[in-house]
Write a protein that binds this ligand. Structure first.
Ligand SMILES: *Cc1c(COP(=O)(O)O)cnc(C)c1O
Length: 458
């Protein structure tokens, strides 16, 4: 018989996790203001809040920590990371930062001014936050198919070239400092962008003389999908695909906590020396000197190693097959989610599971609380709370979809854990008729409210 698929690693160290009672969880989530971010981690059994910085480092990455060079300037760890970035991503210049949003802060300080328009494919929340903080506007140019949950499309992260060209034409290069292509597109469900689309965006950017920046947190997962789904790339290695992807970008920001499988870290990389010089000033001001920028030497070492491991086919296959495994379980239970399954997460359609909770009472957040109460599983709302208020009118922005995102940390949980997640969701789904109300806001911050919002049962 054909041998079944199995993981491309074995386990060397384990960490105990603890189950709790429903009664305990009811108390804890109330104390947390019904905000899952406010829970203590030991109040959570299976933590799918995020795949960011929550992955398991390998024995080789831990070994790299020991070899870290903590010199203030010119550390070997910096040069090791610089070489890995050149080798895998092809960029000549780079600046370390403490994480992805810091990379955005530095690069955007260099390039974005008040009134600018920044087109892209459904900008990530911190990216949008950094744009709006500078009184510029993020314009979503994702293809319409991305917003049809049930529709199978191999590259739901793609940019709609007509939407993009309209922004470029109406505003001109002087008001559009960059196009941001997010790989994979988190906000639309961890969906990939095709190489064809990247090439077309490059051509359009060249016509108008606009820079392209890749928001690259999950670039390797994006490359995996290209290998599997895009015609002509089946025989290419992940590294070859990655190399072509980045050949169409002028610069990139990276949250290394995702596809580089480290707990903390980020960087900016670019081809242009002048841009590097301009960004350096801000990096020194906000992050640290050029050769460490908010990272310790050991962490730069582990990151360099993580870039190599994160772009190995067997690793990526193990990872994405686990996400698909959870998706297949949900199919079995008739639970709807953004199709096809994304690279790092399943985006569950909260409007299907809780059809009786009004939009203004945050159905996806309500589902997140219910799933926590059911089995101590923590997901995160990707819906109206996250979409925040319109910066001008201050009205709630209602996105087309309300998702509960279940993000899978890298190399952390087994498929038995995925079985528990699927069963718990099914139990919530089974009692949907009894869940008819959600939550109202009692405190919110003026920007990126979802992190600190406090809620009350309606
Ligand atoms: C995580 C992420 C960021 C922000 O990075 P942090 O390391 O969390 O600061 C930016 N863009 C995308 C696409 C991300 O996934």
């Amino acid at each position: 018989m054909e041998l079944p698929f199995s993981e491309s690693y074995k386990i060397k160290v384990v960490e105990t996790i603890r189950k709790s009672t429903r009664q305990e969880r009811e108390q804890w989530i109330k104390e947390a203001g019904y905000n899952l971010f406010n829970l203590k981690s030991d109040q959570v059994f299976i933590d799918l809040l995020t795949d960011s910085g929550t992955g398991a480092m390998s024995d080789r990455q831990w070994a790299e920590l020991m070899k870290g060079d903590e010199s203030y300037a010119g550390a070997s760890s910096y040069y090791k990371l610089k070489a890995a970035i050149k080798d895998i991503l092809g960029f000549e210049y780079f600046l370390p930062t403490h994480q992805g949003r810091a990379a955005e802060n530095v690069l955007f300080s260099t390039l974005i001014k008040e009134g600018h328009k920044i087109p892209g494919n459904a900008h990530f929340d911190t990216t949008k936050g950094h744009i709006e903080f500078r009184k510029a506007t993020a314009v979503d140019c994702t293809i319409d198919e991305a917003y049809v949950v049930e529709q199978e499309h191999p590259f739901k992260g793609n940019l709609d070239l007509n939407k993009l060209e309209k922004v470029l034409k109406e505003n001109g290069a002087e008001n559009v400092p960059m196009i941001i292509v997010t790989l994979t597109c988190n906000t639309s469900g961890g969906q990939p962008v095709s190489l064809k689309n990247m090439r077309e965006v490059r051509a359009l950017a060249d016509t108008y003389g606009v820079k392209i920046v890749y928001d690259s947190a999950r670039f390797a997962e994006n490359a995996y999908f290209i290998k599997l789904r895009e015609e002509g790339y089946g025989d290419r290695s992940i590294r070859e695909i990655v190399s072509e992807m980045f050949s169409y970008a002028d610069a990139m920001t990276m949250s290394s906590k995702k596809d580089a499988i480290v707990n903390m870290g980020g960087f900016i990389a670019m081809k242009d020396k002048e841009l590097f010089k301009a960004a350096t000033t801000y990096n020194i001001m906000f992050e640290g000197f050029i050769t460490y920028g908010g990272m310790s030497g050991r962490d730069m070492n582990a990151l360099a190693q993580g870039l190599y491991e994160g772009t190995e086919f067997e690793y990526l296959q193990t990872r994405i097959k686990q996400v698909e495994y959870l998706g297949a379980k949900l199919d079995e239970y008739g639970i709807r989610y953004q199709r096809p399954v994304g690279g790092h997460a399943i985006f569950v359609d909260a409007l299907q599971i809780l059809p009786n909770v009004p939009r203004e009472q945050f159905p996806a957040q309500t589902l997140g609380v219910e799933l926590y109460l059911e089995a101590g599983i923590r997901g995160v709302e990707i819906g109206t709370l996250l979409a925040d208020r319109d910066p001008v009118t201050r009205e709630n922005r209602y996105p087309e979809l309300e998702f509960l995102r279940l993000a899978i940390p890298r190399r952390v949980y087994t498929n038995n854990h995925m079985d528990v997640v699927a069963a718990a969701l099914k139990n919530v789904f089974d009692r949907k008729d009894t869940i008819t109300s959600g939550y109202k806001i009692i405190y919110e911050a003026p920007i990126m409210r979802h992190f600190t919002v406090e809620l009350e049962k309606v």
